[in-house]
Design a protein around this ligand. Structure first.
Ligand code: MBD
Ligand code: FE
Length: 284
């Protein structure tokens, strides 16, 4: 009988998982603390904040609300979520401003490296009765000069039909809807999955409290996350969205770009939908 009550997804649990995951990650080229750079960036951030305080005559009551909220974000483990939703898009814009190939966008808090390797014609790991419209996502990976990239790696991860990510919500198989597809010797891949649902930021944590207090909505449009890489080329981290889907034009994480919107048609085998999207990688 105990199995009837399934564990609920909570902000604190997904926050703790995202914080733990981030601690284990080493971004290549991670910045060392350069004194002058820290001085400039932190001084400008503080000065901008002082100006806001003066302009809006921020009170001690408001200052105390801010303090307790900041403390709570840490306790909930929601710093990865907060930063990736409200800041990462600007960092990504700067990082990718002189790319010539495919557009990138933010990574977000839910990437897990070393997902199961799958052949070029692949079905993502999923439950026997995985809900959602079947989707065939196919394409080719090439270099900016048009050369196909054999064996390119197409890492995919996305939410299920309820908006939950494996390893960040309870009750899902470890690698559900996550995989690393190896393109064939012409750079082509064919990935069978299901269409994800829009994603709602957890409403029961500090980010949820901020969203409610500010009268915002908590939604990201349905999206596929991808990292595409090949030897001698710059890895691209991106996301793809679905034309006409909810919140495509008001993503809370500001991560939609027109080039990243898919428009799938009916599947040729009659089961669900299919779409072709090619990736173009810059040289390293
Ligand atoms: C997500 O699924 C996501 O992609 C981002 C950027 C933030 C929160 C949840
Ligand atoms: Fe996501």
């Amino acid at each position: 009988m105990t199995d009837i009550i399934t564990e609920q997804a909570t902000a604190a649990a997904s926050g703790a998982a995202a914080t733990e995951r981030f601690r284990g990650k080493q971004r290549t080229g991670a910045a060392d603390a350069d004194t002058r750079r820290v001085d400039t960036l932190v001084s400008e951030l503080l000065t901008a904040t002082h100006e806001i305080i003066r302009r809006h005559k921020v009170t001690y009551a408001e200052y105390d609300v801010l303090k307790s909220w900041l403390i709570q974000v840490g306790e909930d483990g929601e710093w990865p979520l907060f930063l990736d939703v409200w800041l990462e898009h600007a960092v990504e814009e700067v990082a990718n401003e002189n790319r010539e190939g495919s557009k990138g966008t933010i990574e977000g808090p839910y990437y897990i490296p070393d997902s199961p390797r799958l052949p070029a014609e692949a079905k993502l790991p999923m439950r026997e009765s995985e809900e959602g419209t079947p989707l065939l996502f196919q394409g080719q990976v090439t270099s900016v000069d048009g050369t196909p990239l054999p064996g390119a790696l197409v890492e995919v991860w996305h939410a299920d039909n309820d908006g939950y990510y494996a390893q960040f919500a309870p009750g899902l198989p470890e690698w559900n809807l996550r995989g690393a597809v190896v393109a064939d010797d012409t750079g082509h891949f064919w990935i069978r999955t299901i269409e994800p649902a829009p994603y709602q930021i957890p409403t029961d944590g500090s980010c949820g409290r901020l969203i409610a207090a500010a009268g915002w909505h908590a939604w990201r449009p349905a999206h596929l996350h991808l990292k595409v890489s090949a030897p001698g080329h710059r890895l691209i981290t991106t996301q793809l969205y679905f034309k006409g889907g909810q919140h495509v034009s008001d993503d809370i994480a500001s991560a939609v770009k027109p080039e990243l919107i898919l428009d799938p048609g009916p599947a040729t085998n009659g089961d669900g939908r299919e779409v072709t999207y090619d990736f173009v990688l810059d040289k390293a």
